[in-house]
Ligand binder design. Sequence first.
Ligand code: UDP
Length: 324
Amino acid sequence: MENILVVGGAGYIGSHVVKMLAQQGYQPIVFDNLSKGHLAAVKGYPFEKGDLGDKTHLSKIFQKYSIKAVMHFAAFIEVEESIEDPSKYYHNNVSRVLNLLDAMVENNIPYFVFSSTAATFGNFKQEKIDETHLQLPINPYGNSKLMVEKILQDFDKAYGLKSMVLRYFNASGADDSGQIGESHTPETHLIPRILQTAAGKLPSIKIFGTDYPTPDGTCIRDYIHVNDLASAHILALEKLVQTHQSDQFNLGSGIGYSVAQLIKVAKEITGIDFKVEITPRRKGDPAVLVADSTKARDSLNWAPKYNLDRILETAWNWEKNRKY
Ligand code: UDP
């Protein structure tokens, strides 16, 4: 069985990837500092609590488990916070990753799968964003992820470290089992906030801006189920091992939904008519982000399985029976 180090494996996307890796015959080793992650999300898997700043610890882990590849999920992800505190983002999302990459090179770990983001593209110039789209981030979060993408290109050329960059659009939903799901504190993401409003845990859902250049004036995003992201990680890893070629993929459903549309579907699925408020725009939000994932579909043979209804159903199931 091949050992895969999942950095940030106790977090939202990481924990779903850990579960799927195990289901597909890999041995995930979870590495997390638990600053955001949840131990309950990775019960039963080998777990190492640690900090990416500690290279000695990383080297020990690489040797102890004979790691085949590293997947990285340990990032700060809030756009607005990144504008208010960019230093926090550059330290965690760039500097610590650089440390991890150095440790990988020193220990001859050949493969890296990196969580990047649609936020590296900034404002869209085409209807759908494929991998050739210009990358001009409009906030420090996007900058931090793009910096690592560049570092990875240079590390490939100089040290032969091979990587897959996966740019997620809006990760959403929860595992069908109801055992793992999204749990951020504070929760800033739209779908969990809508469902927490439906559950009576929040007084209302606020729509951040109705003056965007979109049909209903609210922002459009491409919501992709977390298990569809997880399957893309495993396919990307297998492709990387097979071809030994670094590559990048945009991961989304290819369908955009506005904030207002999402609220409407959530009201239907929950059967609850919760309160909606309109507020000014949030800082740093582009109007539209929709993926063109043709490359991932063709080259990785990837096919997302969950539509928006299933995303909301699984997220609602999780919200009603949260384990952490
Ligand atoms: N949004 C909103 N109300 C909320 C949270 C988010 O209107 O309480 C909007 C936000 O402005 C963006 C979209 O929903 O246009 C998705 O935001 P989220 O934070 O979920 O993901 P992001 O696109 O920032 O990664």
